[in-house]
Design a protein around this ligand. Structure first.
Ligand code: AHR
Length: 502
C-alpha cells in the first residue's frame, strides 16, 4: 500500500505564485478571438477583452502573463502596436500561419488585459531583429513617469500613468527562432541589451530574464552563464540577471515530425507523454546544478516560461495556428509538472504553460462566442492553493513502477504545501491508465482534521467539446476516511485529487 508521510514541521521553500503562470503569443487564435475581440464585438467584452475568458482566468487565479511571444517577440516592433488603431501597421505574421497581424492588440491592450486579470506582467523584448534603442525606448514608454520623449508619447496615446513591468525577457529562444545565435554571442548581447532595461520606478525593479536553454542543452547554459558572469562586471551584478529561462515541450509521439493526435492515442501514447513530462525533473536538476556553480544562494530563478504538450493540430485547422484539443492525458501532464515545480520551488521561480488559449496545451478553447474549459484548466484551478504557500516535506513510499517501453513511471506522484492559515494542500496524481491504488496519508500531528477533496478523473482520452463542455470537470471526492489523524483513500486510475486539510 502506498503511504504518504507529511512532515508539518519541515517547510522546504516558498512556492512563488508565478510558477502557475501563462503565456500568450500572437499565434493563431490566442490573442485575437481568444482574449481580444475588439470593442465593437457582439461577444461581451470590456475594452475589447472577452468577459467570459477574463472571468474564468480570474477564477483560476492567473498570477502572471507573458507576451507577445515566443518566436513572435523577436520579430515584434512595439511602435507598430501603439496609437490610433486605424493607423497601426498591418503586417504578415510570418512565423505563425502567414495571416495578417493588424497590431490592434499592442502595449496598451496588454496592460489593460493584465489589469482586468489582476495579474503580473511579463513582457518579452526583441533581440533577434530589434535594436538596443528600440528595447530601451519600450521600457521607457511603459515605465517612465516623468518628462521624456517616450513617456510623453504614452501620455499622448491616452495613458498618463506609467505601468508596472514585473518581468522583462531579453529575447526568446535566441539559439533558434530568435536569431540562431551561439551562446557566447547571445551572452554578450544579453549583457549589452539588459544594460538599457532601466529601472525608473520606486517600486520593485523589473526582473530581467536572460534567454536560456532548449530542454537539455547544458552547453547553452554553461556558456551563457560563463559570459554573463565574466568580468568586467561589478561584484554584485550577479550575471546581470534575475532569471534564466528554459523551454521544454512534451512531444508524446515518435518525433517532432510525427507528434501524434491530441485525442486519439493508446496507453503507449499515454505513458510516453507522462514519461517525457517527468523528464522535467531531470532538466531542472541539470540546469540547476550549473546555476548552483554561479549562484549557490539561488538568487537567480530558473524560469520555465514555455512548457506543455505539443500534439498534431486538430484535423482541418491551419497548421500554423497550433490548435490542439486537451484530454485527461494533458491534465495528468500538467499535474505532474506542477508537482515537480513545487518540489523545486527553491530554484523554479516562474513557469508559463504554452499557451493560454487556443494554442498547444491551453486552459481555454473558444469557437466564436463559445468557450470551454479544458482538463488542464481544472488542474490549475485545483492547484491554485499552492500559490504563495510553503512547500512541506513529503515522502511517498510503496508506489508501483509502471514500465512502458523505455519509460519507468511511478504510479503515484504528489506535492504538499501549507498556506498561511495552516491549511494543507495535497495534490496527488495517479499516472496509471488502468489501476486504482489505496493510499494512506500520515501527518505529523495526530489530531482530528477537517478534510475536503476534489477529483478530476475520466477515461484517458476524455475531453471537453463545444457540444459537451462538462465531460471532464472537477467533482467533490467523498472517499477520504479519517482515523486518529491518519487519512486513507483509494485514488482511481487516471485521476488527480486535491485534498485540503485543516
Ligand atoms: O509556443 C510556440 C513556440 O514554441 C514559441 O513561439 C517558441 O518560443 C517555441 O519554439
Amino acid at each position: 500500500m502506498a503511504k504518504l508521510v507529511i512532515n508539518e514541521n519541515k517547510t522546504e521553500g516558498h512556492i512563488n505564485p508565478e510558477i502557475y503562470g501563462h503565456f500568450s503569443e500572437h499565434l493563431g487564435r490566442c490573442i485575437y478571438e481568444g482574449l481580444y475581440v475588439k470593442e465593437d464585438s457582439g461577444i461581451p467584452n470590456v475594452n475589447g477583452m472577452r468577459t467570459d475568458v477574463v472571468e474564468a482566468l480570474k477564477e483560476m487565479q492567473i498570477p502572471v502573463l507573458r507576451w507577445p511571444g515566443g518566436c513572435f517577440a523577436d520579430e515584434y516592433h512595439w511602435k507598430d502596436g501603439i496609437g490610433p488603431k486605424e493607423n497601426r501597421k498591418k503586417m504578415i505574421n510570418t512565423h505563425w500561419g502567414g495571416v495578417v497581424e493588424d497590431n490592434s492588440f499592442g502595449t496598451h491592450e496588454f496592460f489593460e488585459l493584465c489589469r482586468q486579470l489582476g495579474c503580473k506582467t511579463y513582457v518579452n523584448g526583441n533581440v533577434g531583429s530589434g535594436t538596443v534603442q528600440e528595447m530601451s525606448e519600450w521600457v521607457e514608454y511603459m515605465t517612465f513617469e516623468g518628462v521624456s520623449p517616450m513617456a510623453d508619447l504614452r501620455k499622448k496615446n491616452g495613458h498618463e500613468k506609467a505601468w508596472k513591468v514585473d518581468y522583462f525577457g531579453v529575447g526568446n529562444e535566441n539559439w533558434g527562432c530568435g536569431g540562431n545565435m551561439t551562446p557566447e554571442y547571445y551572452g554578450n548581447l544579453y549583457r549589452r541589451y539588459q544594460t538599457y532595461v532601466r529601472h525608473y520606478q520606486d517600486s520593485a525593479p523589473i526582473q530581467k530574464i536572460c534567454g536560456g536553454p532548449n530542454a537539455g542543452d547544458d552547453n547553452w547554459t554553461k556558456k551563457v552563464l560563463e559570459t554573463c558572469f565574466a568580468s568586467p562586471a561589478p561584484e554584485d551584478a550577479h550575471g546581470f540577471m534575475d532569471g534564466l529561462s528554459m523551454h521544454y515541450y512534451t512531444v508524446p509521439g515518435e518525433s517532432w515530425m510525427n507528434k501524434g493526435s491530441a485525442t486519439e492515442f493508446t496507453t503507449d501514447g499515454w505513458y510516453q507523454a507522462l514519461g517525457k513530462a517527468l523528464h522535467m525533473d531531470d532538466l531542472i536538476k541539470k540546469h540547476g546544478a550549473i546555476l548552483d556553480q554561479y549562484d549557490p544562494e539561488k538568487k537567480i530563478g530558473l524560469i520555465v516560461d514555455e512548457w506543455g504538450n505539443w500534439h498534431e493540430v486538430e484535423p482541418g485547422t491551419n497548421p500554423g495556428f497550433l490548435y490542439q484539443q486537451n484530454t485527461m492525458r494533458d491534465a495528468l501532464v500538467a499535474a505532474v509538472t506542477l508537482n515537480i515545480f513545487n518540489k523545486h520551488c527553491d530554484r523554479v521561480k516562474m513557469a508559463c504553460i504554452a499557451q493560454l488559449i487556443n494554442v498547444l496545451q491551453s486552459v481555454i478553447l473558444t469557437e466564436g462566442e463559445k468557450m470551454i474549459l479544458t482538463p488542464t484548466y481544472h488542474i490549475f484551478h485545483m492547484y491554485k492553493y499552492h500559490q504563495d504557500a510553503e512547500l512541506l516535506h513529503s515522502d511517498l513510499t510503496g508506489v508501483d513502477t509502471i514500465q512502458n517501453g523505455e519509460f519507468s513511471i511511478p504510479a503515484l506522484q504528489e506535492s504538499v504545501s501549507v498556506q498561511k492559515d495552516g491549511t494543507i494542500t495535497v495534490t496527488l496524481a495517479n499516472l496509471s491508465a488502468e489501476q486504482s491504488y489505496p493510499v494512506e496519508i500520515a501527518l505529523t500531528e495526530k489530531k482530528n482534521r477537517t478534510v475536503s477533496a476534489k477529483i478530476l478523473t475520466g477515461a484517458m482520452n476524455a475531453h471537453n467539446t463545444f457540444e459537451e463542455p462538462d465531460a471532464v470537470k472537477e467533482e467533490s471526492f467523498e472517499g477520504v476516511a479519517e482515523k486518529d489523524g491518519t487519512l486513507s483513500l483509494e485514488i482511481p486510475a487516471c485521476s488527480v485529487i486535491c485534498l485540503r486539510i485543516s
